[in-house]
Structure formats: structure tokens, C-alpha cells
Design a protein around this ligand. Structure first.
Ligand SMILES: [Zn+2]
Length: 125
């Protein structure tokens, strides 16, 4: 009944983003979708281009009031990177930034952070 591919396409998810969990309540007309990247994927620094591994993850919740006729809560885990060359800290942009509309971020104050528990191998390759 639940089709993750349809949700992924509607949210505009492309690699490395993927849906890792969906829960659905027909009685509450509610969908909870968890979106994350695979730990271990490095990303280039937007300032100097140096590749680094995520050192933490920022947890955000986004709300869509009419997602396939349901209230949808999108729980996204956004990797944070600290550049070893220029010491800049940066996050990946949420996949729907500048694209899919209708989503409102709920955590306007400081979002929750978790330390990365796994490291990625060979970030410079
Ligand atoms: Zn850098």
C-alpha cells in the first residue's frame, strides 16, 4: 500500500538521500517519513574542495499539511562536515531546498545534534 518510490519522487530525493522508514496511520491521517544519507559518504568542502567525512548529524523535522491527503512529518538526518583543511563547518542542503514547496521546518531553534558514530573510509578519494 505504501510506495516509498512515489514519496521519494514527490520529495525530490536523489542520491545520497533515501527514505529509511515510513509509518502510516489512516485513523490519524498521518504519515511519518525518515530521510537520511548513508553514513560513510564524504562530501567536498564548499570553500576549498577538500573532501571530509561527517562528524555529526543534525536532526530536523519538517511538516507538510497535505501530503497525499495526509499530515506528513518528515524526519531528516543531515550530516555535518568539518573541513580538515580550512576548518569550515558545513551541512548538506535538504534535498527539497529551492524545489519542492509545502514543507515547513518545525525546529526553528537550535536543532538537535548527534555525534557521528561511524567514520567514513578514504575521504580524499
Ligand atoms: Zn575547506
Amino acid at each position: 500500500m505504501i510506495q516509498p518510490q512515489i514519496f521519494s519522487a514527490t520529495l525530490g530525493l536523489v542520491d545520497p538521500w533515501r527514505i529509511t522508514a515510513i509509518s502510516f496511520s489512516n485513523s490519524e491521517k498521518r504519515i511519518d517519513i525518515t530521510v537520511e544519507t548513508q553514513w560513510g559518504e564524504s562530501a567536498p568542502c564548499p570553500h576549498c574542495g577538500e573532501s571530509s567525512c561527517p562528524d555529526a548529524v543534525q536532526l530536523e523535522t519538517w511538516l507538510h499539511r497535505n501530503f497525499f491527503d495526509h499530515i506528513a512529518y518528515i524526519h531528516i538526518r543531515i550530516p555535518r562536515f568539518s573541513c580538515p583543511r580550512c576548518a569550515d563547518t558545513h551541512h548538506l542542503s535538504v534535498p527539497w531546498e529551492g524545489g519542492y514547496s509545502g514543507l515547513v521546518r518545525l525546529d526553528d531553534h537550535a536543532p538537535a545534534m548527534q555525534q557521528a558514530t561511524k567514520s567514513c573510509a578514504n575521504p580524499g578519494s
